[in-house]
Design a binder for this molecule. Structure first.
Ligand code: SF4
Length: 384
């Protein structure tokens, strides 16, 4: 089986999508981030924001359709009939380009979801975004779910009727980076959005019928603002009551403005154990009906998840279980987690994994079995 194209078809792809959109078809409706100033974010630094024309976006959608048709044709030619999974799987092993990879992955997973890139698609004119979503669904009718990133500030500026129109056209979910609900921290991190705007924007999205996922960065307050970060973030989330709250843990790299703050000691990172205390405080203060999701590899306890308010006690009990471990076990779990050996607390009962982690701790600490915070941070950042 071979792709008989000298220059395989291709279309624009942006750098990221949420973890939950791993199998979505990616359609880039704008390029980069119109704000691009958040200290903790490196994704689009150095890149200029650009709106893309409706014509160009439609051309990309048509190309995605052509790639889909090609994969389907190959499937029939290879004797698999209408089952595209096998051929999609073969293409995934050796894709001619990233666009083919994306379409093959999307088809492999059933071809139902699309994610509109990049950082803030809501910034497009509403009528143009509506036109794009309609065109996408007409051109690729298997798509029954369309999602995108947005900024709270932009959502707050949209009229509720505009958001309803987008929902009617097929926009199923918006992913918004709330990060924190504590104004001094939002200001320090140069988020460009206030807690009040988070609430207005978030509530409008919920009211429009578009499903809402709000992202929170655990550890964002560092050692100085962790308590207010937890309490005020819970307050803002309670006011919004989004469908999903997704947490991820702060990591710092050289491409982030926060890196120099760290070097100047203007920002002091919280340790894994302190961040867990912050997460405990956040959950304790949550009084909403959201589903709390911890699907990011950076989170120490990814098993702390569930539908609120029912799951609250169970989620807190998991944190307390970690906190009740001996200092040696806590260090072992943190290291095991940060090198990708442990996934959940029950893994501590696995004798084989324990021996491997103990060897790692022994090696990294040069025999002392004591690891400082910096060593743990570099393990985490090296792993992701
Ligand atoms: S708004 Fe989002 S994408 Fe833009 S700089 Fe901030 S975190 Fe990064």
């Amino acid at each position: 089986m071979a792709l008989k194209e000298e220059t395989p078809a291709s279309f624009e792809l942006g750098p990221i999508r949420p973890p939950s959109e791993a199998y979505s078809l990616l359609i880039r409706v704008t390029k980069n981030c119109p704000w691009n100033r958040c200290k903790f974010c490196h994704t689009y630094k150095g890149e200029k924001f650009q709106l893309r024309s409706v014509a160009k976006i439609k051309q990309d959608i048509k190309t995605a359709r052509a790639i889909q048709d090609k994969i389907k044709e190959l499937s029939w030619q290879s004797g698999y009939g209408s089952s595209v999974k096998e051929v999609a799987g073969i293409i995934l092993n050796k894709p001619p380009n990233q666009a083919y990879y994306n379409v093959a992955l999307w088809l492999y997973a059933g071809g139902e979801s699309a994610f509109l890139q990049d950082a803030n698609s809501l910034i497009m004119r509403t009528n143009e975004l509506v036109e794009i979503i309609r065109f996408l669904k007409q051109t690729l009718p298997s798509i029954n779910r369309v999602t995108s990133y947005a900024r709270s500030k932009t959502a707050a500026r949209k009229k509720i009727e505009e958001l309803r129109e987008l929902h009617k056209a097929g926009l199923s979910r918006l992913h918004i980076g709330l990060e924190s609900g504590y104004d001094p921290l939002l200001q320090y991190m140069d988020k460009g959005t206030t807690a009040a705007e988070h609430i207005i924007g978030g509530r409008k999205v919920v009211e429009s019928g578009i499903s809402l996922c709000e992202y929170v960065v655990l550890g964002l307050g560092g050692k100085k603002m962790w308590r207010e970060h937890a309490i005020q973030t819970a307050r803002v989330l309670n006011e919004i009551n989004p469908d999903f709250i997704r947490v991820r843990t702060l990591t710092v790299n050289k491409r982030m403005p926060l890196y120099s703050e760290l070097k100047n000691n203007n920002f002091v990172r919280a340790t894994d154990e302190e961040i867990l205390e912050e997460e405990e405080l956040l959950i304790e203060h949550l009084d909403c009906h959201s589903t709390y999701v911890s699907d990011h590899i950076t989170n120490l306890l990814q098993e702390v998840e569930g539908k609120l308010p029912q799951a609250k006690e169970r989620m807190l009990a998991i944190i307390n279980r970690f906190q009740a471990l001996s200092p040696t076990e806590r260090t072992r779990f943190i290291v095991g987690r940060r090198v990708g050996i442990y996934v959940q607390l029950d893994d501590l009962n696995d004798g084989h994994k324990q021996r491997v982690v103990e060897q790692v701790v022994h090696k990294l600490s040069e025999g002392s079995n004591q690891l400082d915070d910096k060593a743990i941070y570099s393990l985490m950042e090296g792993f992701i």
